[in-house]
Write a protein of this length. Structure first.
Length: 406
C-alpha cells in the first residue's frame, strides 16, 4: 500500500515485481545453495531497463529519481534480494558519480551505467576501516596525470560482476579524514585484482569480494571531486543511497509476510486454521503495521530528496555543472538524519518480521526448502551495510541534539 507513488512509479513497481517472479524466483533456491550469481539474469535486467530507472534521461535513463529506484528495489527484494541486488549496488556506485562528477565524467560513464552495459560498485570498507570509514589505509599517490593506488578493500558487494568501482583512498595520510579522495577504477585497470570471495550468512547469490590494488595506475581524470574531498563524497552518497537499503528491507519484510500468511491460512491445528488463532493474527497485525510504517517513512524521505535532487540534476545537465553545486543552490540542509532513520527503522523491521514469520510458521519455517528462513538471513545484512544501525543511531542523535542546541 503506497498511495503516494505516481502512476508511472506504480507501473515500474509492478514491472519489477513481475520480472522478479518470472526471471528470479525460479532461480533463488538454486543459487542461494550454490553461492553463485546467475549472470544470465543481468541481461534480462538490461532488457527491462532496471539499471537506469533513476538516472537522467540525458544519459539514457528514465529520470525517475530516488523514489522510483526505491519502488523497484522494494518489489525486487520482495522476491529475492540477492539475485536482484546489482540494481541496488550499481545505483550505490553510480550515486557519487551523479553527485560529484563533472559534465565530461557524467558523459563518459553514465550512459553505460544507465543501460546496464557496465555495473558500478562501491568500495570503502577495509580491515581497519569499517564503521570508522576515515581510517583508510589504501593510498593514492599522484604521479603525473595519474594516481597510483595501493591497498585493499573488503566486503565489496557485487564484486567481480561489476565493471566500475568507486574507490576511496588516502592522497594525504597526514591529513586523516581530510586526506581521503574518491576515484572511479575500471575493472580492467592493471594492478587491480579480485581477492577472496566471501562466504556469507545471507544474500549468498550476490558475490562479495576483497579488492586488491598493487601499483594500480588510475587517470587523474577519474578522480571524483578535488583531492581530500572523499569524505564529503562518501557522506553525501550515503545520504541519498540509504533509502535504497530501507526499500530493500521493506521488500524483504513484505516477502516474508507474503509467504507466511498463505501458509498459516492453509495450516490446520486443533481443527481450525492457524491464522484464526488470536495470538497469531494479532502478531501478524503488528508486523504488517510496522512494515507499512517503514514503507511510509522510506518513501517520504525519498520523495523529499527528489524534490531538490531532480531539479538539481536537470540544472547540472543544462549548465554542464556538478550536481552537488546545483544542490547547494536549492537546499541548505543534508538528508543525513532522515535517511538514517529510514534505514534504521526499515532494517530492524525487516529482521524482526522475517524472524517472527519463522516462529509463526513453526517447524517448516526452520527448513531450507521453505523460503522464510532465507528472508531472515537476507534481512540481517540490511542492518549492517551502508553503516551499521549503531552508526545510524549516532547520526540521528547527533543531528537531533544539534537541532536543540539553539
Amino acid at each position: 500500500m503506497n498511495f503516494d507513488l505516481t502512476e508511472e512509479q506504480r507501473a515500474i513497481a509492478d514491472l519489477a515485481y513481475e520480472f522478479a517472479q518470472k526471471k528470479v524466483k525460479p532461480l533463488r533456491f538454486e543459487y542461494d545453495e550454490k553461492e553463485e550469481y546467475p549472470v544470465q539474469v543481468l541481461e534480462e535486467m538490461r532488457k527491462v531497463d532496471l539499471f537506469g530507472l533513476w538516472l537522467p534521461e540525458a544519459y539514457g535513463g528514465v529520470g525517475g529519481g530516488v523514489a522510483t529506484l526505491c519502488a523497484a528495489i522494494e518489489q525486487l527484494a520482495r522476491v529475492d534480494a540477492a539475485i536482484t541486488m546489482p540494481v541496488a549496488t550499481s545505483a550505490l556506485g553510480a550515486m557519487p558519480i551523479l553527485l560529484y562528477a563533472t559534465d565530461e565524467q557524467r558523459s563518459r560513464w553514465m550512459p553505460d551505467i544507465a543501460s546496464g552495459r557496465k555495473l558500478a560498485a562501491f568500495a570503502i570498507t577495509e580491515p581497519e576501516a569499517g564503521s570508522d570509514a576515515t581510517a583508510q589505509k589504501t593510498t593514492a599517490k599522484a604521479d603525473g596525470d595519474h594516481y597510483v593506488i595501493d591497498g585493499a578493500k573488503h566486503y565489496c558487494s557485487s564484486g567481480g560482476i561489476s565493471d566500475l568501482y568507486v574507490v576511496f583512498a588516502s592522497t594525504n595520510p597526514a591529513k586523516g579524514a581530510r586526506g581521503i579522495t574518491a576515484f572511479v577504477v575500471d575493472k580492467d585497470t592493471p594492478g587491480f585484482t579480485l581477492g577472496k570471495k566471501e562466504k556469507k550468512l545471507g544474500i549468498k547469490a550476490n558475490p562479495t569480494y576483497e579488492l586488491h590494488f598493487e601499483g594500480c595506475r588510475v587517470p587523474a581524470a577519474n578522480r571524483l571531486g578535488g583531492e581530500g574531498f572523499g569524505l564529503f563524497v562518501l557522506q553525501e552518497t550515503f545520504d541519498y543511497s540509504r533509502p535504497g537499503v530501507a526499500a530493500q528491507a521493506v521488500g524483504i519484510a513484505q516477502g516474508a509476510i507474503d509467504e507466511t500468511v498463505p501458509y498459516l491460512r492453509a495450516r490446520k491445528q486443533f481443527g481450525q486454521s492457524v491464522a484464526s488463532f488470536q495470538a497469531i493474527s494479532h502478531r501478524l497485525a503488528e508486523l504488517a503495521a510496522k512494515v507499512e510504517a517503514a514503507r511510509a517513512l522510506t518513501y517520504r524521505v525519498a520523495r523529499g530528496m527528489d524534490s531538490t535532487l531532480l531539479p538539481a540534476v536537470a540544472a547540472a545537465v543544462a549548465n554542464k555543472t556538478q550536481v552537488r553545486q546545483e544542490l547547494k543552490k536549492l537546499q541548505t540542509a543534508r538528508w543525513t538524519k532522515e535517511s538514517a532513520m529510514a534505514k534504521l527503522f526499515a532494517s530492524d523491521t525487516a529482521f524482526e518480521t522475517a524472524q517472527e514469520c519463522i516462529n509463526l510458521c513453526g517447524g517448516i519455517g526452520f527448513m531450507r526448502d521453505f523460503p522464510v528462513e532465507k528472508f531472515m538471513r537476507d534481512a540481517k545484512v540490511t542492518q549492517i551495510y551502508e553503516g551499521t544501525n549503531h552508526i545510524q543511531k549516532n547520526e540521528i542523535a547527533a543531528h537531533l541534539i544539534k537541532e536543540y542546541a539553539g
